[in-house]
Design a protein around this ligand. Sequence first.
Ligand code: DI6
Ligand code: FE
Length: 406
Amino acid sequence: MKKLWLNCHAATMAGGQYAIIEDAAILTDGARIAWIGARADAPRACDGVRIDLEGAWVTPGLIDCHTHLVFGGDRSGEFEARLQGASYADIAARGGGIASTVRATREASEDALFEAAKTRALGLLREGVTTVEIKSGYGLDLPNERKMLRVARRLADALPLTVRATCLAAHALPPEYADRADDYIAHVCDNMLPALVAENLVDAVDAFCEHLAFSPQQVERVFRTARELGVPVKLHAEQLSSLHGSALAARYRALSADHLEYMTEDDAIAMARAGTVAVLLPGAFYLLRETQLPPIDALRRHGVAMALASDLNPGTSPALSLRLMLNMGCTLFRLTPEEALAGVTIHAASALGLSETHGSLEAGKVADFVAWRIGRPAELAYWLGGALPNRVVRGGEVIAPESFAR
Ligand code: DI6
Ligand code: FE
């Protein structure tokens, strides 16, 4: 069915950057955008319905391109311990940290994981997220990584949400492989990835390149396997130290390298050449009270596309709001509101390999958008959390709520 959406302004992100149309109209045909432009130029003959957006600002549906939103338990106790002086490393040494979420995730049934994840995904959806990436990485063995990735696939069936599933089996060393990291990586490459890819559970492969996780050599082995399996890669890189994982990711034409606080200018140059997106994660920076800023100026100077994401996870970023990340991206990292908005739309789409179809309001792309009752687009980054009145449209259908809350 055709629908003409009128009485709105649009921040389109067309052409891969912030761009606006005042007094716009959008024609959707089924799940796609058929036309978008100034209202004065709108196609006159529209046999479909007309929908009044009441002066709203329309943005592309938001894209959270880095989450770990499937997990068992929570780590609020560790949060309290850290407030009393324990470090992330102390907690890990006591068997806490990622290992405690691995235990809770292994113990949880697939249905229990699904229900908890659905609640979190619904919260994102209501605030305007129409596409989300979800990583495994708290199972760390074949049955439990499979369980997490199946939950990601089930969320896509159960909710009006586009989900990309990323296998992060190389997130941490499982206890049964203590002191045998190379053996675990061999298991990931020889058994886990081939099986999970064959089951069509994997859209991308990720790893954690860090002293307390995996070395560049180990990550490269994972990347080679992904390449043989025909799956694109991403990397958690330069979060706590500089191992040049981001340059390694660029060599493998990674979709993205994420975190990046400790990256160098040469890493940024390598990413720019490869078209690898920099995914900035201000929630983890904030929660860990990190002081080393990602080199935003170098990324800008070399033309690296910057995305922003929640990193929603129980340890370092229990961030249930992507819109809050817009504010943190501006306040902590000094992004402009325009850069922040591009970071959760068009550049986030690129970080997921979806920029041909998602991330901007252009004819031919999916009709995923959010109509916001705000006066200026910068308000999306200005308000600190809270529920901004909006209407979320996915595939040309209003999915939340039916009309603006008043
Ligand atoms: N970096 C992070 O910030 C998260 N994973 C990663 O590779 C932390 C995940 C956790 O602490 O549970
Ligand atoms: Fe992460």
